[in-house]
Design a protein around this ligand. Structure first.
Ligand code: ADP
Ligand code: SF4
Length: 692
């Protein structure tokens, strides 16, 4: 198979200052949680993308000094030579695979929380951070301004010496340079505040100094929000004017939109609210101000759309963070015409929720993301299992079961049967993807369906419900249970640590999400209360479904915010706005004390009782593992031995109900280690820690 000629344009080289990008695929800076704390993980993670064909791979935001320390969030750092040594591992990996390496030098200004360094944050003016009202920054003096610019230069020199090809003077996302540029953040009356000329001075000078220092060796990139959108003060006209003024000093424009927080936060837009290419409306306008190469993001995974965007002339490079996490080999697959093998990002932002807060990046679609170094996993290569002569039966074709069966088959097992009581693969995804805005999550199934069709040793058996005897009689050597989880009908939950009085199975006025979405049941009457003690997508999604059908919907949550976990996936602000606009009522920081056919008794955070009159309830309290099959098998080892089954394992939600990303990871992990001494116990992974 070869690629379509209309995609050739994506593989043209692009000159940026003294450097050449081998094609138009550009991994823009994005968070990982690795920074310089996990230098080998960082190097292997970015290096994998370089191997997969990206022309450039960049670090996450990279702090230039202790005054811009954002602990406990994890950024990269270039404070000294040791940091440079750590990041050199990454540039070497990038170069080994023919990619350029970029570093996003960063100063957060008032947004640097400095919880490690304990230095006061500095900013153009004394306005507190909208994230952290208890810290108010120190106003920068003229000497501070010059010092920060010099620190930027010093970090740029370290970057060059560490082997970076592209050096950023990063200013978007309302960080320090934009804080100077914005009349909202910048209230100065000296030559760095007031007129546009004055407000742009800090950033222009910094770019000039960095260019003078490293411009002969490195490409100079600037990341800017074409429009910071409402409330942050740099509108399109000024954004474009800044680009015009800085343009002679810049080799590559990395254009975003929006600000760091709140309603204006449109970067890393989740698929729930943003379609592929969603930033172009603003970022595409940068061409009016520059003829230099422009890179924009927009969750691009469709090569037709990419080629169209480049051909249209507004953009030169296809920027990607999430599509490169989900498929590090996206460019190679397109280059080789392997279009249906692309593991398309679903826009769920689980990666974001797992990276920046000092955790370890993970991806729903790509279980190997972040595991390249510590577990030695390659997204496209699978060693033949030492016990490949075995056959395996996987019961349950949800996320965990699908992934496990595919990886087992790729590891060359003689025969893998994936069995499900349902008529199709997908498990819980079959109904989750029907919740409003979550259709793109169906790519989790689409990708795996294609993979399964290509594996001759993998067979899907639909419409078969197996009990323990059925599993034993099936004839496989290895049995893997992936039967998932179900929402509790009795309201048992970890908040009150008790069921809810009056709730339970078999009641017409108390339904679970599966009963609503799979069985199509509806609570009687027109008034419904959704009780949400989970705070992720299910409660809000069900509320929206029922509201769209014309019901009066009240959502009761024990948390201070509706769907609070969605704040970690950058969906929360918009999701709450949507529920509000639809007319869904919200009761926050409350617990249900009893349910009857006429309503819900509840208590507020101080224990004061109140009542919600309604005709029925949907119970989104907690899921319980469907582990009966696994227990029945594991509890009778003699029967297993007699049937010739030598291994039984459980994976995914039937072990513990967690994120879809975790279920997929669990299935992948078991299959990668199916030939280990005890596959049910994960092998230790490499840890990066200071040696004592
Ligand atoms: P996970 O998220 O852990 O992958 P899901 O809940 O999405 O789990 O999927 C579990 C799948 O297992 C569902 O498709 C369900 O139909 C199937 N299943 C559950 N019990 C059995 C069984 N005894 N035999 C066959 N299939 C089963
Ligand atoms: Fe895309 Fe979700 Fe993976 Fe992030 S976690 S890269 S949003 S699929």
């Amino acid at each position: 198979m070869s690629r379509l000629p209309r995609h050739d344009i994506l593989f043209e080289p692009v000159q940026i200052g003294p450097k050449t990008l081998r094609n138009r695929f550009y991994q823009v800076p994005h968070c990982t949680g690795f920074g310089v704390e996990k230098p080998w993980t960082q190097a292997a993670f970015r290096g994998m993308k370089a191997e997969g064909g990206w022309a450039a791979v960049c670090t996450e935001y990279c702090s230039i000094s202790a005054e811009t320390d954002e602990s406990p969030y994890v950024s990269a750092r270039l404070w000294d030579e040791e940091d440079a040594r750590a990041l050199r591992l990454m540039t070497e990996e990038a170069h080994r695979h023919g990619a350029l390496a970029g570093v996003e030098l960063w100063h957060g200004g008032l947004y640097a929380e400095t919880r490690e360094s304990r230095l006061p944050p500095i900013a153009p003016s004394q306005l507190s951070s909208d994230f952290d009202g208890i810290t108010v920054p120190r106003v920068m003096t003229a000497a501070d301004i010059r010092r920060v610019q010099e620190e930027w230069v010093a970090a740029a020199l370290r970057s060059r010496d560490a082997g970076f090809d592209i050096v950023y003077v990063y200013g978007s996302h309302t960080y320090l340079p934009t804080q100077f540029l914005s009349p909202v953040y910048n209230r100065r009356t000296d030559r760095y505040g007031g007129s546009f000329e004055n407000r742009s001075r800090f950033w222009l000078e910094a770019i000039e100094l960095v260019r003078d220092a490293v411009g002969g060796d490195c490409a100079i990139a600037v990341r800017i929000a074409a429009d910071t959108l409402e409330g942050s003060g740099v509108e399109l006209a000024e954004g474009l004017e800044f680009i015009r003024r800085a343009d002679p000093m810049v080799d590559l424009w990395d254009v975003t939109i929006g600000a760091l927080s709140g309603w204006q936060r449109v970067d890393s837009g989740p698929s729930r609210f943003f379609e592929q290419g969603y930033q172009l409306e603003w970022s595409g306008q940068a061409r009016r101000a520059t003829a230099k190469p422009i890179v924009v993001v927009g969750r691009f995974t469709d090569p037709d759309r990419m080629a169209e965007v480049v051909r249209g002339g507004t953009v030169d490079l296809i920027g990607a963070a999430r599509p490169s996490i989900s498929d590090p080999f996206l460019p190679r697959k397109i280059e080789e015409g392997r279009y249906d093998e692309v593991r398309e990002c679903i826009g769920c932002n689980a990666c974001y929720s797992r990276s920046i807060w000092g955790r370890h990046l993970g991806c729903t679609q790509n279980a190997t993301a972040g595991e390249e170094h510590r577990r030695g996993w390659h997204p496209e290569r699978f060693d033949r299992a030492e016990n490949a002569e075995k056959t395996a039966l996987v019961v349950g074709a949800g996320p965990a079961g699908m992934e496990c069966a595919i990886v087992l088959a790729k590891r060359g097992l003689e025969l893998v049967h994936l069995v499900d009581a349902d008529g199709d693969i997908g498990g819980c995804l079959q109904w989750v993807t029907r919740l409003p805005g979550l259709g793109e999550w169906g790519r989790l199934i689409d990708y795996r369906r294609v993979q399964m069709e290509r594996l001759p040793n993998l067979q899907f058996v639909p419409g078969m419900r197996l009990d323990a005897a059925g599993v034993r009689e099936y004839g496989a050597d290895i049995a893997i249970v992936a039967t998932g989880a179900r929402w509790n009908a009795d309201g048992m939950n970890g908040i009150t640590r008790a069921p809810i009085a009056g709730a339970g199975e078999g009641l017409a006025h108390v339904l679970t999400p599966e009963q609503v979405m799979v069985e199509g049941l509806r609570p009687p009457g027109s008034r419904v209360c959704v009780i949400d003690y989970e705070g992720y997508f299910t409660g809000a999604g069900i509320a929206e479904v029922l509201r769209a059908e014309g019901r009066e919907v009240e959502l009761l949550t024990c948390f201070d915010l509706v769907a609070h976990y969605c704040d970690q996936t950058l969906e929360g602000v918009r999701l709450r706005r949507r529920l509000h606009d639809l007319g869904v009522g919200a009761h926050r920081a409350a617990t249900a004390t009893g349910i009857d056919p006429q309503g819900v008794d509840a208590a507020d955070e101080f224990g004061r009782p109140f009542r919600i009159d309604c005709d029925g309830v949907v119970m989104v309290a907690q899921r319980g593992s469907d582990d009966a099959l696994h227990r029945a098998l594991a509890d009778d080892p003699d029967a297993l031995a007699a049937a010739g089954v030598d291994q039984v394992h459980a994976i995914g939600d039937c072990v513990a109900p967690r994120l879809i990303a975790d279920a997929i990871f669990d299935g992948h992990r078991l299959a990668r280690e199916i030939d280990s001494p005890d596959p049910s116990r994960p092998l230790p992974y490499l840890r990066e820690r200071p040696l004592v």
